[in-house]
Ligand binder design. Structure first.
Ligand code: SAM
Length: 231
């Protein structure tokens, strides 16, 4: 992979970046995403923020190879601390990290989100936690996507700041307000697989001498919920 040949996952993240955006890509190993967006004339400016030295140096190298140093600023920094006021960032991408870490990154520097219109988040795990955080901080989930890439399934959540308090149901938070309505093939396959896993665990419980009743009940409720959600 390089900036001219992105993974399917990052291409799908990129598609949500608005034209002429001033982007901060946080956790920007190799700066592949901002470099791709600059090469394709989607963004007007970017910060490539990285907390680790190796990935930061990879970002510097990629930016130099593509001669994009006038447009993409690599910064060695923790989370949103990579963003300076005069960057005038309006869009943030955070991809390839766990939901708890992404939540911590946002929460640590909330003031850096002032003026940022759009968040494009691809959490590897903990999607519910991210949707809850967005709801609690008045972000509306305006779009979502789900993609299979190299035998993994990834969810992408796109949110914009709104003035009103958002309210999402527990099903929206768990499965995604858009994803659960759209029910794409990848989405259905993901939740069928999850359901089969839970059914197997339940079967093992039933075969065991000592059945943990509370865990069994949780599994039964989860399975029923997924069944109903998938219709
Ligand atoms: N965003 C790229 C992608 O989706 O392919 C890279 C994902 S990589 C798995 C996660 C990157 O996030 C690593 O390079 C890691 O060093 C960086 N990272 C982790 N915590 C961070 C933080 N608090 N601030 C900035 N970068 C961070």
């Amino acid at each position: 992979m390089d900036a001219r040949h992105l993974s399917d996952r990052l291409v799908r993240v990129a598609k949500f970046v608005p034209k002429n955006a001033r982007l901060a890509d946080i956790g920007s190993d190799h700066a592949y995403l901002p470099a791709y967006l600059a090469i394709n004339k989607i963004i007007s400016y970017a910060v490539a923020g990285e907390v680790a030295k190796g990935p930061y140096e990879n970002a510097v190298t990629e930016i130099n190879i593509e001669r994009l140093d006038h447009m993409i600023m690599p910064r060695l920094a923790n989370g949103l601390k990579a963003i300076k006021l005069d960057d005038n960032i309006d869009t943030i991408t955070i991809a390839g990290m766990g939901g708890p870490l992404i939540k911590d990154i946002f929460t640590a520097d909330l003031e850096k989100l002032t003026g940022v219109r759009r968040l494009i988040i691809q959490p590897n795990v903990g999607q519910k936690l991210i949707r809850e955080w967005l709801m609690d901080h008045s972000y509306q989930i305006i779009d979502e996507d789900i993609v299979e890439d190299d035998h993994h399934v990834y969810e992408i959540i796109v949110a914009e700041k709104v003035n009103t308090k958002m309210s999402y149901s527990i099903l929206d938070l768990k499965y995604g307000p858009k994803l659960r309505i759209e029910q794409s093939d990848v989405f259905k396959a993901k939740w069928h697989k999850q359901m089969e896993k839970k059914r197997k665990v339940l079967k093992n419980f039933e075969a065991a001498n000592k059945v943990p009743i509370d865990k069994k009940m949780i599994l039964e409720v989860d399975i029923k919920e997924i069944e109903e959600m998938l219709g």
